[in-house]
Every structure is written in C-alpha cells, then in structure tokens.
Design a protein around this ligand. Structure first.
Ligand code: UDP
Length: 256
C-alpha cells in the first residue's frame, strides 16, 4: 500500500492531512495523519489512531449529508487513512457554527462556556495561519473578493442545514454538537458553479459534549490536556457504529 503513497504527487500538506494527486483528473486523495496541533500551532502532538478514526467519521458524516442533498467533495474511502475526493477550489474562509458558547467565543465576550445560544450563530474566519485566522464579516469577504454575495448566501444556507442535521444525528447518540468548523469549495460543472462542502467533519473540528455528563469528546481533550484523548475519538466512532475494531490504535507506521 505504501509504495503507492511514495509514487503519488503530493499537492499540499496541512496540519492533520496530506493531499495527493488523484487517479483521475479532478480528483485528489486525502490522507489523514495522527498529527494534532492547537493554539495556532504552538501545541503539537500525536493522537494515536486519530487519522484512521477521522477518515471513517468524516466518511460517515459526508455520506449522510450527501444523502440529504448537501453536495460534498467526498467520493469514496480508499483505505484506513485515505479517501478519494473531488478537487475543488477552496474558499479561504473557515465557517464556524455555534449552538452553545465555548472556546474563543467564551473568551472574547466573557460568556461562560456551556451557555446555550438563543439561536445558532455563524462566524467567518479568514484562513491565514500567519495572521492567526482572524475573524471577518461578510463585508470583508465580498470587499476582498474571497467569495461573492451569492456564494455567501449559499454557504450560510448549507451551513445551517448541516447544523440542523448533524445536531439531530449527534443528539441521537447522546452527544451535543456545541460548535464546529466547515470549509467549502467551488466546483465547475458544465459552466455551472457549485458550492461544495470540503475538508473533513470529525472531532478535530467539532466540539461534542456528552448529553448526560457534559464530558468533552473532541479535540479540546488534547488542547486542554484533559487526558483520554484517543478514547474520546474512539467513543465518538463507537457511538456512530463505525468503530474499526483493533486497528484504531495502530500508530501511523509510515509517514507519506
Ligand atoms: N475550529 C477548527 N479549526 C480552527 C479553529 C476552530 O476546526 O482553526 C473549530 C473548533 O474545533 C471548534 C470551533 O471551530 O469546534 C470553534 O472554535 P473556536 O473559535 O472556539 O476556537 P478555539 O477555542 O478552538 O481556538
């Protein structure tokens, strides 16, 4: 399996994933690493088996979203750590959707973590690591040409639909979807431009709290040194019914 990894052209390496050239034009292979970063790259580490679990969790959620009509970049899972995706032009904006106050919102406005929001809030962040991904408004996005007003409308409506669907899905397995981050891309299809859900949806970019205990079941366990990080990712996969047996704890033997 790994000889194929060696031969493929690497297009981009991010903090938690690597993108390789795909087998056909317009496709990419998305490889999930065990690497974890937090606090704008100041904290670095490894969460054993995370790549395997996030590959499965993101596959599961993207397929479900596809089934309710949300266009996604996901095509199919190739193996434990890789999935075939459609190549899109990534819109340089992180979309954060919040249902309960946590993290940066709590810090910025001094509102206690756990406060239930009267309505879901959508925030935009400009994807620029050097600047620490600053928060921006739709005015900045259109003024600087990062996305058009129509694209923002589409992103907002897809984000709220995704939030409604995923909130219900997670509630069904005893988890509260506190907040999460999405990325979208553009795809041209016969001169028609489509907005497509890209990146991944996993405990790396969602906050998930147990309904009964409020225990954190996501990357905050790593960010805040809460311990039992691997177990939290496994528990999310287990509750979704996709826990890949023993393989989940196999470390990344070879880096791509
Ligand atoms: N998030 C993310 N990538 C980022 C920033 C945030 O995936 O670069 C996710 C994070 O996991 C959380 C949500 O977006 O589910 C909101 O994060 P927040 O703004 O509270 O920032 P944080 O406290 O993580 O710095």
């Amino acid at each position: 399996m790994n000889f194929r990894i060696g031969r493929r052209r690497r297009i981009f390496e991010g903090k938690a994933k690597v993108l390789f050239e795909g087998p056909e034009p317009g496709t990419l292979v998305q490889y999930f690493k065990d690497d974890a970063t937090a606090c704008n790259n100041q904290k670095k580490g490894t969460i054993t088996g995370k790549g395997v679990l996030n590959n499965r969790i993101s596959e599961y959620l993207m397929v479900k979203l596809g089934a309710i009509g949300v266009p996604t970049h996901f095509m199919r899972r190739l193996n434990m750590r890789e999935q075939l995706i459609r190549k899109v032009e990534i819109i340089p904006i992180d979309i954060v959707i919040r249902n309960i106050v946590a993290g940066s919102l709590s810090k910025r406005l001094g509102i206690p973590e756990g406060t239930v929001l009267p309505r879901s809030i959508v925030e935009f962040y400009y994807k620029k690591d050097e600047l620490g991904n600053p928060m921006v408004s739709d005015e900045h996005i259109t003024a600087f040409g990062w996305a058009s007003p129509q694209e923002i409308d589409e992103i907002m409506s897809l984000s709220l639909r995704i939030n409604d669907y995923l909130s219900g899905l997670f509630l069904g397995i005893g988890l509260k979807l506190v907040d999460f981050k999405l990325e979208f891309g553009r795809l041209w299809d016969n001169d028609e431009l489509h907005i497509i859900l890209a990146d991944e949806i996993s405990p790396d970019n969602c906050r998930l709290w147990d309904v009964k205990t409020n225990e954190k079941m996501d990357k905050d366990r790593f960010r805040r040194d809460l311990g039992r990080v691997e177990e939290a990712y496994q528990e999310v996969a287990r509750r979704l019914g996709i826990m890949p047996e023993i393989t989940a704890l196999v470390p990344e033997s070879e880096k791509p």
